[in-house]
Design a protein around this ligand. Sequence first.
Ligand SMILES: Cc1ncc(COP(=O)(O)O)c(C=O)c1O
Length: 424
Amino acid sequence: MTSKELFERAQRVIPGGVNSPVRAFNAVGGDPVYVSQGQGSHMTTVDGIELIDFCSSWGPLIFGHAREEVIDAIREASAQGTSFGTNTPREVEFAECLCDMIPYMDMVRLVSSGTEAVMTALRLARGFTGRNKIVKFDGCYHGHADYLLVAAGSGLLTGGITSSAGVSPSAVAEILVPGYNDLDAVRQITGEHGNDIAAIIVEPVAGNMGLVPPSPGFLAGLRELADECGCLLIFDEVITGFRLGPTTYGAICGVTPDLTCLGKIIGGGMPIGAVGGREEIMRSLSPLGPVYQAGTLSGNPVAVAAGLTTMKLIREEDPYPAMAALAKRLTEEVNASAREGNVEMHCACLGGMFTPFFSNEDVTDLAAAKLSNTKAHAAFFHSMLEQGCYLPPSQFEVAFISAAHTDKDVDSFVAAARTALNSA
Ligand SMILES: Cc1ncc(COP(=O)(O)O)c(C=O)c1O
């Protein structure tokens, strides 16, 4: 059965034919692909087409597809039973491992997705501080909980506007939305609402408006403002945790949050999430404290086995310098092609993360990201796909280099991009 046939069948029984909207090609047009298998940096579609995968399942696959040790761990754990609804030894080992690799994580609670991790962190922040308001940045995505589906105008708003039907205005009334990297806007908000703010939540490197690194001093400034008004600082590291080094971005850049949300990489491709941080705050969680949180499959033994093995490989192999070098070369060579061809585009890059933005502007916030030419991006995406390179199907996402990508993969990407940009 072809991708086209499967998509037709899927649309009859699955809304939009996909189980997560980003998988549809709405932003770039055309029909999505169906994948039959992956190995390393490559995946094969049901149509028999081999693609170099620069989406990496939206971030989790730090070692690429079907890394042997991870698959062996999944096989071994699942043969022993897939879920018990009570405690297993590996959960303890995994929690110890995370607390060991993240210097400021005293305690951690495992959940099943990044969305759940963020929901738990915010409930914890509200329960711990006894306050309700949350500062959340324009263009940052923190999962699909009601109160985080907020779009903002430029600058700051004193009450969010929902960006999804089905979210009651009261759910977002307590969410305050400054622009990313706009410390003055945050200062204004904390000045006005300081005593009511439970938490400032931020992607320390933004990945959901394309790649937008923090400006120098931005994260340290947030730490200061959070301290001044007595609220918690939460780093949502669902993308960045273990992506830029064998720890969190907070630990790398030297800014310590009160709570950290994790997901993606820590599950080695299996469904998982985690929230952790200062012991005093974490002790507010049930059953120790009054903040309720639970999950039938939390700390699932198969997911934990995949996560533990991934962490072990990260420690043994330190794949970060090689991934960063590949992404840097890719970016420099694609940027050179864009300049030669007079195409308004540039790749932003940090470590093994990159985004080809179709504009010449430096992208420091959502407003700048939105200046990108999304039609040109869509044409680029399809040309790359035809030439065997799979990118995230939207301008406002991050592409990933995994430890399985090779120089040859980068050569293929650069050559394909040159062709795509020349025909732009
Ligand atoms: C920064 C960030 N936080 C939270 C989430 C939600 O994670 P999940 O999709 O696992 O629920 C995502 C998902 O992409 C994310 O990028």
